[in-house]
Design a protein around this ligand. Structure first.
Ligand SMILES: Cc1ncc(COP(=O)(O)O)c(C=O)c1O
Length: 517
């Protein structure tokens, strides 16, 4: 992808042939950076530390610049595993040597989601800009629990951009969290407070006579059930609604379930729609579900882990119509927003209810009109965490440097790649497309047993050529490619197809064993 920024120039090192392991082991045999001055943990020799720091930065820029030359993933050799399992170090080790361990034993054996050939699960690719912002955040060592500081103002700025993007009112609140799993949990807790009143925070769910019911489709991510569990409402209170042949929630079945539950004495309180299901990328009918929620006086939540940021893409935003009526939206900047991990976000329409769900006054967290204690409410009043990192900075940098439109175009391009992949699959008699391609996820299989398909996926991953994951669709194992990374190109789709067919042909469909590899 072309960036609108240019990274600081430097003398380029001669390229080395990539063997995938330790090939970025550059300039490590430089004079040692002295550990510290004995009194504090600051270095004795800042010049040496600066030189070592520049080498570390250069190595990571080299890694990103040359990512395509590496295998997507490779198994961790036993010797490397053992090298990483050391007893607690009691004495100092030179920073250069620790960095060397990272370069040789960690970097080559990471999952590889920065690589254009990575297509497993739903992992974002990150950017060099996000990495640099993360370095600045770490240097500042800001704690965003609260207090009057510019980092908190920046988190509020990102919140304000998200209000604008999703058409939420000025009173809407929002918070950075680890990921959508946590964002879903926060949303369930706020909706619970809305249903049972603030007293539930003191008395707990068990003290209430009311039996809550939530609704989500069979395609909903497992984090929704876990959120119900963590909230103490229980997974039994999450009623799973069937899906149609496009994997979208069956609205008629939802309405029938709500009616049936009311008749049986339950209190329906929460509908969780999904914008971009994890298996196939389906988008529930958000506008229709918003109407049902309004009519039935239920909380309308949208799990938009990756799909919600489709609002940035001109061709996808219209398909998310209705999201502006949500009571809460959970999504991740670290997926389609290309922000480095982690950067989840929860947006809540009713900021007062959100505050009332979490705010917990304490004398040592007193607020004031001036000094550092000003600026209440603080982020810690809207979620479970008090100590919080500066996730807002890498997000603010990413959105500022690339601009919302370019990020949206990246999302559109991922979907184009997915459609290209689907066309290639349909043209190959040995392959079968298992689901229509709604967004960026393609599920298919080689014409053989589940075991052979699982083996093909392991072969693909171990070959380092392409890294899809698997799922089950209607009881059959699917090879699943999710195009989330801005670096992924048509050539990566071609490599996936060619290698799938090659590995498939090399197997005995009966036994799933290799013939002649
Ligand atoms: C639809 C959906 N919801 C929730 C999640 C969980 O998000 P996270 O991994 O950021 O917690 C995912 C992850 O892929 C997802 O696809």
């Amino acid at each position: 992808m072309r960036t609108t920024t240019s990274l600081p120039g430097r003398k380029r090192r001669p390229r080395q042939k990539s063997d995938g392991a330790g090939d970025l082991n550059l300039a490590r045999r430089q004079p040692a950076a002295t550990p510290n001055n004995g009194e504090t943990l600051d270095p004795q020799d800042w010049t040496a530390l600066r030189a070592q720091g520049h080498r570390m930065l250069d190595d990571m820029l080299d890694y990103l610049e040359r990512i395509r030359e590496r295998p997507v993933w490779q198994p961790i050799p036993e010797a490397v595993r053992r090298r990483l399992e050391q007893p607690l170090p009691r004495h100092p080790t030179d920073l250069g040597s620790v960095h060397e361990t990272f370069m040789n034993s960690v970097l080559p054996y990471a999952l590889g989601n920065t690589h254009p050939g990575f297509m497993g699960w739903v992992h974002g690719g990150g950017t060099a800009v996000g990495m640099l912002a993360e370095m600045l955040a770490a240097g500042l060592n800001a704690n965003l629990g609260g207090r009057d500081q510019a980092p908190v103002v920046m988190e509020r700025q990102v919140l304000s951009w998200m209000r604008e993007l999703f058409g939420f009112p000025a009173g809407a609140s929002g918070l950075f969290v680890t990921g959508t799993s946590m964002a879903n949990f926060v949303a369930v807790l706020v909706a619970r407070t809305g249903a049972l009143g603030q007293k539930v925070r003191a008395h707990g769910i068990a003290a209430s006579e009311i039996r809550l019911r939530a609704y989500a489709s069979a395609a909903t991510h497992s984090s929704l059930a876990r959120a119900m569990d963590l909230a103490g409402i229980g997974t039994d209170a999450l009623r799973i609604i069937g899906v149609d042949d496009r994997h979208e929630m069956d609205v008629g079945a939802l309405e029938a379930a709500i009616e049936q539950d009311r008749g049986a004495g339950f209190m329906p309180f929460f509908i969780a729609a999904t914008a971009g299901t994890v298996d196939v990328g389906a988008i529930d009918k958000l506008d229709v579900l918003a109407d049902v929620a309004r009519r039935e006086h239920l909380w309308f939540h949208v799990d938009g882990a990756y799909g919600a940021l489709g609002m940035l893409a001109a061709d996808i935003a219209p398909r998310l119509a209705g999201i502006e009526h949500a009571d809460s939206i959970a999504f991740d900047f670290h997926k389609w927003g290309q922000v480095p991990y982690d950067a989840g976000f929860v947006l809540v329409r009713d900021g007062k209810l959100h505050y009332d769900t979490f705010a917990t006054p304490a004398p040592y967290l007193g607020r004031g009109h001036r000094g550092m204690a000003a600026g209440s409410p603080w982020p810690c009043d809207f979620g479970p965490d008090l100590s919080r990192g500066f996730r807002a900075l890498k997000t603010w940098f990413t959105i500022s440097v690339y601009g919302a439109d370019q990020l949206g175009q990246t999302i559109s391009r991922c979907c184009e790649r997915a459609r290209y992949l689907a066309r290639r699959i349909e043209a190959e008699p040995e392959l079968e497309l298992l689901s229509p391609v709604s967004l960026n996820i393609v599920c298919f299989r080689y014409n053989a047993s589940d075991e052979v398909n699982a083996d093909i996926v392991a072969d693909l991953q171990e070959s380092g050529v392409a890294a899809p994951s698997t799922t089950k669709l209607r009881g059959r194992l699917a090879i699943r490619a999710a195009i989330v990374n801005h670096r992924t190109a048509e050539q990566d789709m071609d490599a996936l197809i060619d290698a799938t067919i090659r590995f498939g042909r090399n197997k005995n469909p009966q036994s799933g064993r290799h013939h002649d590899e």
